[in-house]
Each structure stands twice: as structure tokens, then as C-alpha cells.
Design a protein around this ligand. Structure first.
Ligand code: NAD
Ligand code: IPM
Ligand code: MN
Length: 374
């Protein structure tokens, strides 16, 4: 069996960590007799500065032929914040309608958590982050001099929406950003969370929002969650306000099983989740379209100050690679990769600076590839 994988290493430490992931996945594919054909794309800050291209329709169509996308990270200090993030990463998520961003928060053995008195079994839950809506839709504008008319359009696989906005007032200058949630968009990600709870036996789904203040959007989110929950009477449910959830994730992480979150809160709580599982160097994510092309990436960014130094931790990227194997149908190989990561962490000899060691990125990749065995 051969799988075509689009690889976008991206910026900063992205290409370095993805290279280690490819090394490990190549090692495991040999053992399980399948082949990964890597198709590399140069997209990122450097490519943008050189050619002006972010992500063209043609490239997207080309990537569509692949079985999955393996992504490093995007973000270059020479480019204004948002251009690459929106023009490349969010474009991929939206184009391929990857409406679930699945982020496991799991403390592995041999990893130090900054939370006092917590053990590996205490930190083990899944965040299901909505990945196509909310404040990420990129709709907004700014007004100078009190008056404007804006037509703002949102085109998705599920729908297209047009806002006609007349703004009048005496504020000298203002900016606004509109978040959008749709019933269909919320329902599908919530159903994914409930199904995941069933499949994994993690039988509690916690919904995150700020329905006490952002009543229109997140009140709507709550209403839909309540309805969807009725189809899953075997799963316990609860609501958390996002501020309180940040506190509970630190105080009692063992409470959580599956968390379902709107896009922006999901982004924020998963960096917190990363830290309680040992740091950004250990936190993987999967952008999933269950019927389409999915994309796998570490949740960290391009960490520009470590670019080219070969010291960053590749484990988040390698773990994301394992999630990719599982998604394309190579679950035993995925489990083997995870066991190899765990055995290297447990042994504690080869580790990067963020875990208190001094090993190079490539030494961690070598150690994990070397620990691959059935
Ligand atoms: P970041 O995640 O890049 O890095 C924050 C800090 O976390 C780093 O300085 C480093 O100390 C640590 N860190 C991150 N990854 C690590 C690793 N693999 N090993 C060891 N330590 C690691 O966040 P930032 O500094 O806020 O963002 C930098 C750029 O990345 C920005 O342009 C941002 O927009 C972008 N970004 C991209 C993605 C993505 O591509 N998915 C995600 C987050 C941020
Ligand atoms: C992440 C990142 C992205 C996000 C940015 C870079 C667009 O922070 O993957 O968590 O906010 O989703
Ligand atoms: Mn983030």
C-alpha cells in the first residue's frame, strides 16, 4: 500500500521537526509494509517573500490528490502577523473543511508537569476544537471618520453568507471583528465529540463557552449542545465557562474526558493543555475532515528564535505523524510510534532542552526511530 502525503514544513522550526517525523514514519512504514510517498511543498514565509504566493487554488487542487497533509508550522517575523497564518494555515483548514481540530492532552511517563502532585493518569483528555467558524472566519473591518458601508462575504463548503453593514457613529476610529457560528457547523463538531467519548470510553463531554457574556453566539452554541446531547444519553455532559475552565484545568485536570470548544477558546485552552502535559514540544493536533483530506501538525508555532539551531523538540510533530497514520488506516503502526515515543521519554536519556536535556532535534528523532519495534 502506498500513501501520498503532502508535506509543508513551513517556517522556523517547522521543517526541522517535520523532518524527524518523516524519519520515524519511514522507519515504521518499513516494518508494517506500507509506503509513504512524501510530496514536499515550499509554502511559508520564505516562499511568500520570494514569489508573493501564499496558497494558490492550483496548489490546493494538487494537494487534494493526497491522502493527508503533514504540516510543520507557519509564521515569520519578517511578515506582518496574520498574513501567513491566514493565507496558508487557515486557508488549508477551511479549503479542506477540516472542521475538527483534535488535540489530545496527555501527560506521558517520564515527563515533568508543572502541576504539583499530578501523575500521568491524571492528565489524559481530548480537546475537540471547532476549526472553521467563530472569530476565525476573518470577517471584520475598520472605520475612520464615523461612517462606512461594508459588504463582507463568507464562503464555506457548508454555506455562503453575506453581511451588509452600515456603520455610523462619532468614534474617530474603530475596528470590529465578527464571529460566526452556524447550527450545522456546531452540530457536526459536537457529534464528533460525543462519538469520540463513546468510542474511547471517556464518557463525559464538557462544553466550553462564555455564554454569560457573548450571549448570541455562545448562547446558541449551548442550545445546540443541549440538543445534540439528547442523542447520547449514555454520556455525561456539563458546561464550563472558559475562564473557569482554565482554572479547573490546572486544579483538577483529572476531571476532564472530552472537551468540545468553539474555535478561539479551543486555541487558548490547548496551549494551556500543552503546558500541563509538559510543554508545546509535546502537544500534537489533527485537523480532521472525516470525509476528506485531513492535516496533522504540532500545535506549536514556528518558534523563530530556535530556527536552524536544531534544538527544538520534535515529539509533538512525531506524535502528530502517529495521528496521521491512525487516520489513514495504519493504526497498529501509529500505536507503535506512540510506544516508541513513550519508551524514549521513559528512559530519559535523549531529550531536548525544554525537557531538561541537551540533545539535538535529530538525536530525538534517531532515538525514537531506533525504538520502533512491533
Ligand atoms: P510558538 O509556539 O512558536 O513558540 C512559543 C515558545 O514555545 C517558543 O519560543 C519555545 O520556547 C516553545 N516551543 C514551541 N515549540 C517548541 C518545540 N518544538 N520545542 C521546544 N520548545 C518549543 O509561539 P509564538 O512564539 O507565539 O509564535 C511564533 C510564530 O508561530 C507566530 O508567527 C505565530 O503566528 C505562529 N504560530 C503558528 C502555528 C502553526 O503553524 N500551527 C501555531 C502557533 C503559532
Ligand atoms: C494553532 C495556531 C493557529 C490557530 C494560528 C497560527 C492561526 O495558534 O494552530 O493553535 O490559532 O489556530
Ligand atoms: Mn494556537
Amino acid at each position: 500500500m502506498e500513501y501520498k502525503i503532502a508535506v509543508i514544513g513551513g517556517d522556523g522550526i517547522g521543517p526541522e521537526v517535520v523532518a524527524e517525523g518523516m524519519k520515524v514514519l519511514d522507519a515504521v512504514s518499513e516494518l508494517y509494509n506500507f509506503e509513504l510517498r512524501w510530496i514536499e511543498y515550499p509554502h511559508g514565509g520564505e516562499h511568500y517573500l520570494r514569489t508573493g504566493e501564499l496558497m494558490s487554488e492550483e496548489t490546493l487542487k494538487d494537494i487534494e490528490r493526497c491522502d493527508a497533509i503533514y504540516f510543520g508550522s507557519i509564521g515569520d517575523p519578517r511578515v506582518k502577523p496574520g498574513i501567513l497564518e491566514q493565507g496558508i494555515l487557515l486557508t488549508l483548514r477551511f479549503y479542506f473543511d477540516q472542521y475538527v481540530n483534535l488535540r489530545p492532552v496527555k501527560l506521558l511517563e517520564g515527563v515533568h508537569t508543572p502541576l504539583a502532585d499530578k501523575q500521568p493518569g491524571d492528565i489524559d483528555f481530548m480537546v475537540v476544537r471547532e476549526n472553521t467558524e467563530d472569530f476565525y472566519v476573518g470577517i471584520g473591518g475598520s472605520v475612520k471618520g464615523g461612517k462606512s458601508h461594508d459588504t463582507l462575504e463568507l464562503a464555506r463548503k457548508l454555506y455562503s453568507i453575506r453581511f451588509n453593514l452600515d456603520i455610523e457613529g462619532d468614534a474617530d476610529e474603530l475596528a470590529y471583528q465578527i464571529g460566526v457560528l452556524t447550527r450545522a457547523g456546531c452540530e457536526r463538531v459536537m457529534r464528533f465529540a460525543f462519538e469520540l467519548a463513546r468510542e474511547t470510553g471517556k464518557k463525559r463531554v464538557t462544553s466550553v463557552d462564555k455564554a454569560n457574556v457573548l450571549t448570541y453566539g455562545y448562547g446558541f452554541w449551548r442550545e445546540i449542545f443541549t440538543e445534540v446531547a439528547k442523542d447520547y444519553p449514555d454520556i455525561e455532559t456539563e458546561f464550563n465557562f472558559v475562564d473557569a475552565m482554565c482554572m479547573w484545568m490546572v486544579k483538577n485536570p483529572e476531571w476532564y474526558r472530552v472537551i468540545v470548544a468553539p474555535n478561539m477558546f479551543g486555541d487558548i485552552i490547548t496551549d494551556l493543555g500543552a503546558m500541563i502535559q509538559g510543554g508545546l514540544g509535546l502537544a500534537p493536533g489533527a485537523n480532521i475532515n472525516p470525509e476528506g483530506v485531513s492535516m496533522f501538525e504540532p500545535i506549536h508555532g514556528s518558534a523563530p528564535k530556535y530556527k536552524g539551531k536544531g534544538v527544538s523538540n520534535p515529539i509533538a510533530a512525531i506524535w502528530a505523524g502517529a495521528m496521521m497514520l491512525s487516520s489513514i488506516g495504519e493504526k497498529p503502526a501509529a500505536d507503535t510510534v506512540l510506544r516508541a515515543i513513550e519508551s524514549v521519554l521513559r528512559a530519559g536519556k535523549v531529550r531536548t532542552y525544554d525537557l531538561g536535556g541537551s540533545s539535538k532535534t535529530s538525536e530525538v528523532g534517531d532515538a525514537i526511530a531506533g525504538a520502533i519495534k512491533i
